[in-house]
Design a binder for this molecule. Structure first.
Ligand SMILES: NC(=O)c1ccc[n+]([C@@H]2O[C@H](COP(=O)([O-])OP(=O)(O)OC[C@H]3O[C@@H](n4cnc5c(N)ncnc54)[C@H](OP(=O)(O)O)[C@@H]3O)[C@@H](O)[C@H]2O)c1
Length: 321
């Protein structure tokens, strides 16, 4: 550490000396460049704000959705959060409002089921009539119910698709009409690492997360001429009520393999998520999911071998052959 500090000081001293003896025109160019770099940093920081912007967040009363709503509020934006449980919505509203930075910001709660178009369409239309077309739609609803594949019923597969895929598709279908009319808007989806590489325990969940990526890929292309941008978040394992529930039914092998990856806090995920959106990223990945993504894309066979090896190890540990 000390050596690094000494080296750093020597480098700074050398640059200052060079600058001191440099011809005037070179000095001018270097100083100009430094000024541009400093300005860019300030502009970048400013452009991460949500001042006077509005986001509609489905699944905004708990977990990643709630923390995302709170972070938008913290950066000066306003939010409308959709979820099914009224009490949770009210509790979240109070929590989000605790980080208010100006008096014009608002938090609207909307009780409804994102997978039921007839139920939420009139509510969203009322919201738009009162508050205008929002700048962002963030689709955060979703759950995982891990099990061994042979234990699922067909209903389990359909129910997971209903919430995770149709629950993100339906608000998107409703908002697309308004975004196209306004020629602006951002639609974000939440997938998962299991939306590109998956394994034991996620037979009902993974297909829903692959499906949402397929939809995002299509509309990223199709809606570009309308100035509508799209992003997909692939969160790492995040400590949310949803993950706690998921852990209750995880097959032992799934739990043992998951343990090799880190656990994030939802507020950390929200910050990375919103930075990704503001930086115009389509795929938003970080942490372990980013490494898995890179290895899986470059060396899929190697990744499968690793997963297979982990499964053999886990089965051995629990006494299965
Ligand atoms: N946590 C993780 O480790 C992790 C990892 C990868 C991906 N993800 C994905 O990230 C997203 C958020 O996960 P999370 O762990 O934050 O979930 P969570 O803690 O369970 O929160 C889910 C939120 O969605 C709402 N919701 C669920 N179903 C809904 C429906 N049909 N209509 C309206 N609202 C609904 C819930 O409120 P109500 O129940 O009151 O409706 C709640 O506000 C999900 O898509 C999940 O698959 C999570």
């Amino acid at each position: 550490m000390l050596l690094r500090q000494v080296l750093f000081k020597i480098i700074i001293a050398k640059i200052s000396l060079l600058l001191f003896h440099a011809p005037e025109n070179i000095k001018f160019h270097i100083l100009k460049r430094l000024q541009i770099m400093a300005n860019n940093k300030i502009v970048n920081k400013r452009s991460q704000q949500f001042i006077e912007e509005v986001a509609f967040i489905s699944g905004g009363s708990k977990g990643i959705g709630k923390e995302t709503a709170k972070e938008i509020f913290n950066r000066g934006g306003s939010v409308c959060i959709l979820a099914r449980n009224e009490k949770e919505l009210e509790r979240s509203k109070r929590e989000i409002e605790s980080v208010r930075i100006n008096k014009d910001q608002f938090v609207i709660t909307m009780r409804g089921d994102a997978s039921k178009k007839d139920e939420i369409q009139p509510l969203i239309e009322d919201f738009i009539r009162d508050y205008g077309v929002p700048d962002y739609l963030i689709n955060a609803v979703g759950y995982a119910y891990p099990e061994y594949v042979q234990n699922y019923s067909l209903e389990d597969f359909k129910a997971n698709m209903d919430v995770n895929y149709f629950g993100q598709l339906i608000p998107t279908m409703i908002f697309i009409q308004f975004f196209m009319r306004e020629q602006k808007g951002h639609i974000s989806f939440i997938s998962s690492g299991a939306g590109f590489a998956s394994g034991i325990g996620y037979a009902t969940y993974s297909p829903t997360k692959f499906a949402i990526v397929g939809l995002a890929e299509v509309i990223r292309h199709e809606l570009k001429p309308y100035n509508i941008s799209i992003s997909i978040l692939y969160p790492p394992d995040t400590d949310t009520p949803g993950l706690k529930k998921e852990n209750e039914t995880k097959p032992k092998e799934t739990a043992m393999i998951s343990e090799t990856f880190g656990l994030y806090k939802p507020d950390q995920v929200a910050v990375k998520y919103l930075n990704g959106i503001k930086n115009g990223k389509f795929y938003i990945l970080f942490g372990d999911v980013l490494w898995v993504w890179r290895i899986f894309r470059l060396f899929p066979r190697l990744f499968h071998r690793y997963l297979d090896y982990e499964l053999v190890r886990a089965r051995k540990k629990i006494g299965k052959r």
